[in-house]
Design a binder for this molecule. Structure first.
Ligand code: TXA
Ligand code: MG
Length: 348
């Protein structure tokens, strides 16, 4: 166990925290920091030994590559072999912001970051604390989400402390994350392909670079071929201790399925909760439910998802959740929910 220091980065003392944390990164330590998506667990991205500590602290499989976080766009030049026009267009439109771009890596990127692949993922966050930390460290910061591997990603400093307190040097507390789900990951090595959907949607990307493919693994369990292309998707993800079960169908059908299953599980003595929306909560009165947001504001549902999965992880046995349409942000939401549920979907 080590003594994990927590710094509040919302107030006046913010700068002290990022300056000290930058020094810790440079000297090979681990710092958890806020981004606009989820909290990251950072180390010096050019120091293989420091990067190995991230895998140890999270219990992360070592074949799952990390994202390098930079503070200015021109820093990609050192990390990729070159900057193709497609990348330039994406960076100009969406950086800083929740988009990670994968391209061929340069020689300075350690194998520990890329898990031996010839490509490296890079992103420029829009979060002020994240940017200040990277600037203060003076190096790209390698950072996966700051959770124990397999658990829902952390969207508050408390989530980070619950998982990693005693295992890392510093937590920078920047309050709750704006988006609450991880960045969109797009590979531009071959045809542009989304490997992980996020707040920068397929529709938004296509307005800038034309047709974008979707990896099958986004909404389906992974085939062996795809495991090689997108190693992160093959591992267990976003799982609370409670079982998660999804219902799919019209609002009314989903409510029928969920009420029936809820009652059957409760009959067996299992504690249940239903993740509802403002539009569907009326179906669940008299049962235990929680409202994640409005179906007309999917950003609100995304922002709540991980936090609610954590909240109910240990206090219920079963979480029932409703499927939502996969347009725009709905794709990111369903990608996380399907993984949390181990693809268990009831349709009748
Ligand atoms: O929003 C985010 O992206 C957050 C914050 C902290 O920036 N980070 C994050 O990192 O979610 P992580 O490690 O939990 O997820 C990175 C994903 C994984 O699925 C990983 O397999 C994939 O990106 N990835 C990274 N480098 C890759 C590469 N070279 N080729 C294919 N996939 C890659
Ligand atoms: Mg993660």
């Amino acid at each position: 166990m080590i003594d994990t220091q927590v710094f509040n980065c919302c107030g006046k003392a913010a700068e002290n925290g990022t300056v000290l944390a930058g020094r810790i990164i440079r000297s090979g330590g681990l710092v958890a920091f806020p981004t606009e998506t989820v909290y990251g667990l950072g180390a010096n991205g050019l120091d293989g030994e420091a990067v190995r500590k991230i895998f140890a602290a999270k219990g992360r499989p070592d074949d799952n590559p990390l994202i390098l976080h930079i503070a200015k766009k021109s820093d990609v030049k050192e990390l990729w072999t070159h900057v193709p026009t497609l990348a330039r267009q994406l960076m100009d439109t969406f950086w800083p912001g929740p988009l990670t771009i994968i391209f061929n890596r340069s020689d300075i990127v350690p194998d520990e970051v890329t898990a031996g692949l010839n490509t490296v993922a890079v992103r420029m966050s829009e979060n002020k604390t994240a940017l200040a930390l990277i600037r203060s460290a003076g190096v790209p910061i390698a950072a996966p989400s700051a959770n124990i591997s397999g658990r829902p990603s952390p969207t508050t400093a408390k989530h980070v402390a619950d998982d990693l307190g005693g295992r890392i040097d510093v937590i920078l507390d920047g309050g709750p994350c704006k988006f609450g789900i991880e960045s969109t990951v797009i590979s531009i090595v071959g045809r542009p392909t989304i490997l992980r959907p996020g707040a920068i949607t397929r529709e938004m990307l296509e307005t800038v670079i034309g047709h974008v493919e979707l990896a099958h693994s986004i909404t389906e369990p992974l085939s062996d071929d795809e495991a090689a292309e997108s190693p992160g998707m093959k591992h267990k993800h976003y799982s609370p201790n409670a079982e998660v079960i999804i219902a799919r169908g019209s609002k009314k059908r989903m409510a029928d399925i969920i009420r029936r299953e809820y009652d059957a599980y409760e009959e067996e003595g299992k504690r249940c909760v239903i993740f509802a929306s403002e539009e569907t909560e009326v179906y669940y009165r008299g049962r235990r439910y929680d409202v994640l947001g409005s179906l007309n504001d999917r950003a609100s549902m995304c922002a709540a998802l991980f936090s609610k999965l954590r909240q109910y992880s240990d206090i219920v046995d079963v979480i029932f959740a409703e499927a939502i349409p996969t347009e725009a942000l709905g794709l990111a939401y369903m990608n996380r929910l399907l993984r949390a549920a181990g693809f268990k979907v009831l349709t009748d």
